[in-house]
Design a protein around this ligand. Structure first.
Ligand code: ADP
Ligand code: MG
Length: 313
């Protein structure tokens, strides 16, 4: 999909037309210049210029954000930084393999990912030194820095979109799953789902052992351990008041601690309670807006308010 074909670009164009804002597009709809009443503002990708540049950079840097949140008392999934060979000179040429292996030994299972990654790409769950080396090799082919975290069983993952301290949207990301009937194997259930027209990406196919297993009646088999909407998860609004309060409190804590005005805060529910997994200072609601008309309307209103703030109208 090109930028121009996205829900996002269509929404930005609609808002500007409705608000009487002149809009010019550059770089294949990646950059927009907005003008109204002599005021000019820029949107670049999913950045609306509402956050300070340094705050944006902190949010995009998973290990820096984790370090700061820990310092400021915000529960988070720890992300430890490791530099690729070409960047070692900036961190004292201390090498990375020994510390990574120690981390793996300590936690038994790690998640490694590009330190500035998005969309669940190049995110690996590793249990053995060999899996770790393979993942590190893949990540350092594309990224200069890597973040490693202890793997934590995630019961639920939530996304809170915050604008000036207000939680404007809260949904939970439901991973694609199959439900057993006590007689069909995972392979048969998967084929059934796919024959019914549901697309399941090859990345989500369970391994050979799981494919032959026969889940019990009503048993849920998750098809992906990652919660990215771009990796098959679905956004479901959170209605439970207590969850809304608790996740909202953490998201507002992030706003107060880092001063990030417009962001989506990913909060996960683990055995140890709620923790921030990551902060996205670019608010990307493409997959959410594409789910149905109501979601599109909600996303559009949030983007409208962000644009109104950036244009002071
Ligand atoms: N430490 C972890 N433990 C368990 N699951 C994780 C961990 N880190 C990431 N994940 C899973 O992987 C997904 C992608 O990781 P994330 O850090 O959000 O990277 P990205 O910025 O690429 O989306 C998350 O939505 C979550 O489901
Ligand atoms: Mg993510």
């Amino acid at each position: 999909m090109t930028n121009g074909e996205s829900n996002y670009v269509a929404i930005i164009r609609e808002i500007c037309a409705e608000e009487g804002i002149a809009l010019q597009s550059y770089s294949f709809d990646w950059i927009f210049r907005l003008t109204k009443n002599g005021k000019t503002g820029y949107i670049l990708g999913y950045q609306f210029g509402l956050n300070a540049a340094s705050v944006n950079s902190i949010c995009c840097d998973k290990s820096a954000a984790s370090e700061l949140m820990t310092e400021l008392g915000i529960p988070n999934i720890r992300h430890f930084l490791f530099a690729s060979p070409s960047e070692q000179k900036f961190v004292g040429n201390c090498g990375f393999m020994e510390d990574l292996l120690l981390l793996l030994k300590k936690y038994g299972c790690l998640v490694v990912k590009p330190n500035d990654g998005t969309g669940g790409e190049l995110v690996y769950k590793v249990r053995t030194p060999c899996e770790l080396e393979t993942a590190v090799f893949e990540i350092f082919r594309k990224a200069a820095y890597l973040a490693a975290s202890p793997f934590e069983e995630i019961e639920n993952e939530y996304r809170a979109v915050i604008l000036d301290g207000e939680v404007r949207l809260l949904y939970t990301k439901k991973r694609p799953s199959l439900v057993g009937d006590g007689s069909k194997s995972v392979k048969e259930l998967l084929l059934e789902k796919m024959s019914a027209g549901e697309y399941i990406s090859p990345e989500e196919y369970p391994d050979g052992k799981t494919l032959d297993r026969i889940p019990g009646a009503g048993e849920r088999v998750l098809l992906n351990w990652r919660h990215n909407l771009g990796q098959g998860a679905k956004a479901v609004p959170v209605r439970d008041e207590e969850t809304r309060r608790a996740v909202g409190e953490i998201a507002r804590g992030v706003y107060e601690a880092l001063g990030v005005r417009f962001a989506s805060v990913d909060v996960v529910e683990t055995a140890e309670g709620l923790k921030v997994l990551e902060i996205n200072s670019g608010v990307m609601m493409e997959n959410f807006a594409g789910q149905d008309e109501t979601s599109r309307r909600i996303a559009k209103e949030i983007y409208r308010d962000a644009i109104r703030k950036m244009m002071s109208i």
